[in-house]
Design a protein around this ligand. Structure first.
Ligand SMILES: Nc1ncnc2c1ncn2[C@@H]1O[C@H](COP(=O)(O)OP(=O)(O)OP(=O)(O)O)[C@@H](O)[C@H]1O
Ligand SMILES: [Mg+2]
Length: 415
């Protein structure tokens, strides 16, 4: 039987539920997508469970109706300002008398890497092994079957606030869905739009959503730095409302239809529409908007966003060593000429990341807005269903051995 896999991206703007199977050719065969406007979230975090549940249910119902598939469990994206991450090393002595490295050694090393002080109000979302060091030899990707005395693992640990995570879990469970695994949204998006070569060479992924922009920096094939910036596409829209005194939906329309992250250049495609005429709250009046002013507003915000991205690159310690450049994704990445601005300001190659290599009902999904949705499926396929729903609920109530769960997880994660 073909395995069916489901991803639910609970964003600030939309909830997207995607159902897929792995096709014979090894591609993701999309059976259907259900999208609903998001409710009950603020800056990527559930602030009203009932509203969030209603949005999740709507999205799930749509996906189920379209596919005829009854969704039981799903990979679910997590994000928000409460997320933080760190890199940690774990060291163990190899256990077998013949010094051959086994999965159990790796699990113990990863467990040892977790022995860092995590404040009580935070919990671990991911412990991702990046690379191994065997008897001082660095850069080993898969040590199983090799031999040595001392095994070290470099991990990237992602944590989040217990309350925020629990409210997300509760919202999904109240919608009648079990959670296969929570996945940090930019890591999911990275699965959808980055190649193995990008990650090997060094790349910055920026997922520009409604209210946050999620950053993940990959070097030497593994994730090195993740962070969530509190600035997303909605800030651009809000700026337009404040400065031009337009209603929200008009501002959004102006941004999508006429907006550009670089203002004041001649010869662009809307040159003949320098003045834009729009309706005002007063039905009889029209408002004339100068396109150049509109784009100055957008450029100011865009520059702020690029500054914040630059700070993350500096913080990662890999400034000047990311030759694959920047990949922009998420709905906000579609702002005209944003890629150009990022290229100019950071002096790095920039491209827009769209999910590709899909089969089936792919029309909606081949847009940057759906990078997280598609990435959740790819994460699920690659890493397997890490925790069964029952294990996940044990996790939720704080029961069950973390070590056992980690071992199960590693069994799926390793090649
Ligand atoms: N063509 C476009 N040009 C500019 N911005 C766009 C375009 N299309 C969508 N956006 C913006 O993208 C944002 C929504 O992006 P996305 O759908 O990725 O958000 P989300 O995943 O729901 O939110 P988050 O990831 O922050 O929780 C909105 O601010 C919207 O205005
Ligand atoms: Mg998103």
């Amino acid at each position: 039987m073909q395995r069916t896999i489901v991803g639910i991206d609970i964003g600030t703007t939309k909830v997207g539920t995607v159902v897929a199977q792995l096709s014979d050719s090894g591609r993701l065969n999309i059976l259907g997508v259900g999208v609903a406007p998001s409710k009950g979230l603020d800056k990527g975090v559930v602030v009203n469970i009932d509203n969030a549940v209603s949005a999740i249910e709507t999205s799930i119902e749509k996906a189920e109706r379209l596919t005829g598939y009854r969704i039981g469990t799903a990979f679910v994206g997590v994000s928000g300002r409460h997320i933080s991450s760190l890199n940690s090393r774990g060291v163990v002595a190899v256990q077998r008398p013949d010094q051959e490295i086994t999965r159990s050694d790796i699990a113990r090393a990863v467990e040892a890497a977790q022995a860092v002080a995590i404040p009580t109000q935070r919990e671990i979302i991911h412990v991702i092994p990046r690379a191994y060091i065997l008897d001082g030899h660095e850069g080993i990707r898969d040590p199983i079957g090799m031999s040595g005395f001392r095994l070290e693992v470099e991990t990237h640990i992602v944590t989040g606030e217990v309350m925020a995570i629990q409210n997300l879990i509760r919202s999904v469970q109240k919608s009648g869905i079990g959670i296969d695994e929570l996945v940090l949204q930019p890591l999911a998006s990275g699965e959808a739009v980055l190649s193995a070569e990008d990650k090997d060479r060094g790349v910055v992924l920026v997922d520009i959503g409604g209210s946050t922009s999620d950053v993940a920096i990959f070097v030497q094939g593994g994730v090195w730095h993740t962070s969530v910036i509190s600035l997303g596409g909605n800030h651009f829209t809000n700026d337009i409302t404040y400065v031009l005194h337009t209603p929200q939906n008009t501002a959004e329309y102006l941004k999508l239809r006429y907006g550009s992250a670089i203002a004041g250049e001649e010869g662009d495609e809307y040159d003949d529409e320098r003045e834009i005429e729009i309706d005002t709250l007063n039905a009889n009046e029209k408002q004339r908007i100068n396109r150049n002013l509109l784009n100055q507003i957008l450029q100011a915000r865009a520059e702020e966003l690029v500054e914040l991205i630059y700070q993350e690159i500096r913080r990662s310690g890999y400034e000047g060593r990311l030759p694959a450049g920047v990949v922009l994704t998420g709905g906000g990445a579609q702002l005209a000429r944003l890629d150009e601005l990022v290229r100019e300001m950071l002096g790095l190659p920039v491209r827009i990341g769209r999910p590709n290599d899909l089969a089936g009902l792919t029309d909606t999904l081949e847009s940057p807005s759906f990078a997280t949705c598609v990435g959740l499926l790819r994460w699920g396929l690659r890493n397997g269903s890490a925790l069964s729903p029952s294990q996940r609920s044990a996790d939720v109530s704080g029961k069950g051995s973390a070590y056992e769960r980690l071992k199960n997880w590693l069994r799926e994660f390793l090649p």
